[in-house]
Design a protein. Structure first.
Length: 127
């Protein structure tokens, strides 16, 4: 996906750590990045305008990232969702419907690769 085509996409990053949200924002200067500190804020944002992709922490205050995933899937089943966490192994999230899962600390190259691949795949699904 070129920078020109990526520029038309909106990424929602959901994490209670401001530093993680900033890292994700800086990793994608070619995307419109919106930030949410918790699931409730994320759902309000999605209610206003659905993002093209969501990157969410698993461990959030209140509703966790897995519950957020389920809520997003109810209304926006084709929006790719990438889970991130420093506390959960891949085996612990295999039963959930994340499009990808990354462990913290985030490796920016891996994050970019997963996000751009998910956007490409989602663009192919939308008619």
């Amino acid at each position: 996906m070129s920078n020109a085509s990526a520029a038309n996409h909106r990424l929602l990053v959901v994490d209670d750590e401001p530093a993680i949200r900033l890292i994700v924002r800086r990793a994608f200067p070619d995307l419109e990045v919106e930030e949410a500190a918790d699931a409730d804020e994320a759902l309000r944002s999605i209610g206003r305008s659905a993002p093209d992709i969501v990157v969410t922490d698993i461990h959030l205050t209140g509703m966790d990232g897995c519950a957020l995933l389920a809520r997003i899937r109810e209304s926006h089943p084709h929006v790719p969702i990438i889970g991130i966490s420093g506390y959960v192994s891949d085996a612990d999230v295999q039963d959930f419907d994340f499009d990808a899962f990354l462990l913290k600390p985030l490796v920016l190259g891996d994050l970019r690769e997963q996000v751009l691949a998910a956007l490409r795949e989602a663009s192919g699904r939308v008619s």
